[in-house]
Write a protein that binds this ligand. Structure first.
Ligand SMILES: Cc1cc2nc3c(=O)[nH]c(=O)nc-3n(C[C@H](O)[C@H](O)[C@H](O)COP(=O)(O)O)c2cc1C
Length: 183
């Protein structure tokens, strides 16, 4: 049986430094995993993109393709944005899709693809009034947004633990989300 395809999408937020752990976790959960980075996140990995490509067996994408260019990745069965930065959260909530990462999820959720997002930002970033509006806008569209006890709670400024990002929790929630869609 062919494996289901997951787009693991990461923004320039602390845990993205350890993105390979997220990939391994997704692979262990049975997903054929493709990595998509925001352009800002791709800068963090620019010297090691080959590592991620080798690990996943797919090109790592971070830019929109050109008109006429064919798709580099197989079609997604599900998408997980982890970690979701505060900036991308607010752009997504406002309907701005100026990165491939946001374009994929903005359209994907309205094309029936299950989309889950696990944020990672601090309490000072999370205190911006736009954040609550953006979370509500995402949930209204059917995005599974993981915060509170079931996900990631913003940490006090300068007190994050990016290495401890709970990729496994995000993947378990995504699994339930996809199963509920399939039922
Ligand atoms: C070293 C560094 C660490 C950062 N960590 C975070 C973070 O954990 N969460 C967050 O929301 N933004 C963080 N930022 C800010 C984002 O990188 C910035 O808002 C960026 O524009 C996000 O773009 P993207 O969402 O397109 O990746 C960090 C910035 C730097 C330079």
């Amino acid at each position: 049986m062919t494996k289901r395809v997951l787009y693991l999408i990461a923004c320039a937020a602390g845990p993205t430094q350890y993105m390979d752990r997220g990939v391994r976790c997704a692979q262990a959960a049975g997903w054929d995993t493709c990595v998509i980075l925001t352009p800002a996140a791709a800068r963090w990995w620019e010297d090691r993109l080959d590592e991620l490509a080798e690990l996943t067996g797919h090109r790592v994408r971070s830019q929109y393709k050109l008109p006429g260019e064919s798709d580099a990745l197989p079609k997604a069965d599900a998408m997980l944005v982890a970690p979701l930065s505060c900036t991308s959260l607010n752009k997504w909530g406002a309907g701005i899709a100026d990165t491939l990462a946001l374009g994929l999820v903005s359209e994907g959720v309205h094309m029936g693809v299950p989309v889950t997002a696990m944020p990672y930002f601090n309490q000072a970033q999370g205190a911006q009034p736009a954040v609550a509006h953006s979370i509500a806008a995402l949930r209204k569209q059917g995005v599974q947004y993981l915060d509170g006890p079931d996900g990631y709670e913003p940490h006090p400024p300068k007190r994050g633990n990016p290495e401890g990002f709970p990729w496994d929790v995000a993947l378990a929630a995504l699994n339930l989300h996809t199963q509920s869609r399939d039922a």
